[in-house]
Write a protein that binds this ligand. Structure first.
Ligand SMILES: NC(=O)c1ccc[n+]([C@@H]2O[C@H](COP(=O)([O-])OP(=O)(O)OC[C@H]3O[C@@H](n4cnc5c(N)ncnc54)[C@H](OP(=O)(O)O)[C@@H]3O)[C@@H](O)[C@H]2O)c1
Length: 237
């Protein structure tokens, strides 16, 4: 079903976006990846076998996002995994950093849909990214939980307003991606092991788990306005 489709993945140079690019390429689609760092994009392209086109774009910059889509032209599917998130105690949190996180993860996805949707073919789809902290309250994630909830509800409304373009949202649980590379390795392993112990499926996720969810949403043309939880059952505990 994805044969010869044009799929744009903003955030495709790392983690979930990169895993999605790999899987979507195996289905015969043309894949365009975008993120801020040209270095990361080049590395990702090498990993993907040079079979993709890449663009450097900062999704939090509306002018850049508009110019990016003007360059890209017609698309069939848009996936937005781009985000840089952080956490910390609310009362001592840096409100400037939280604003920046909103710019990046919420406004970035807003701009991507605003300028990407008009280029989409009939039967196209948009997949946005929320996250488990919108559904499962976690200390230290106040701003991120609000961003993730905002993205989820944006997706539901847009599914109605942009139809027949389909709009869906994925809410990943704890997924082992480079997003936590700043965490010391021992602390990261301990965190993963603590979470895994509590989850019904007894492991944290990997980027490929979420990539399969993305392909399902791109492929199934009777699914719109949904939030797909790829989280090992995290919202149940
Ligand atoms: N991993 C988890 O446990 C988890 C849990 C819940 C939700 N999520 C959500 O899942 C999505 C993907 O996360 P991930 O773990 O795959 O993250 P990741 O490995 O850190 O990848 C993030 C990607 O976004 C790009 N990016 C960041 N800021 C950008 C910007 N302003 N403009 C353009 N590109 C930007 C990064 O590349 P550049 O640095 O080159 O820009 C990178 O390609 C995010 O929405 C994240 O919040 C992840």
């Amino acid at each position: 079903m994805l044969q010869n489709k044009r799929v744009v993945i903003i955030g495709g140079s790392s983690g979930i976006g990169l895993a999605a690019a790999k899987l979507i390429l195996t289905q015969g689609a043309e894949v365009i990846i975008a993120s801020r760092s040209s270095e990361k994009l080049e590395k990702a392209k090498a990993e993907l076998g040079g079979k993709v086109i890449s663009y450097a774009v900062d999704i939090s910059n509306e002018v850049q996002v508009k110019a990016f889509f003007e360059t890209v032209g017609r698309i069939d599917h848009l996936v937005v995994t781009a985000a840089e998130t952080s956490g910390g105690a609310f009362l001592t949190s840096d409100s400037v950093a939280d604003h920046k996180m909103f710019e990046n993860k919420f406004w970035g996805q807003y701009y991507a849909v605003k300028y990407g949707a008009p280029l989409m073919s009939h039967g196209g789809s948009i997949t946005l990214f929320s996250g488990v902290v919108a559904y499962k309250a976690m200390i230290g994630s106040a701003a991120l939980s609000a961003i993730n909830a905002a993205v989820a509800t944006l997706g539901r409304t847009l599914a109605l307003e942009l139809a027949p373009i389909r709009v869906n949202v994925i809410s990943p649980g704890i997924i082992d991606t480079p997003s936590r590379s700043k965490m010391p390795e021992a602390a990261r392993k301990q965190f993963y092991s603590d979470i895994a112990g509590k989850l019904p499926l007894k492991r944290v996720g990997n980027p490929e788990d979420v990539a399969k969810g993305i392909v399902y949403l791109l492929d199934n043309d009777f699914v719109t306005g949904t939030v797909l939880h790829v989280d090992g059952g995290h919202t149940l505990i």
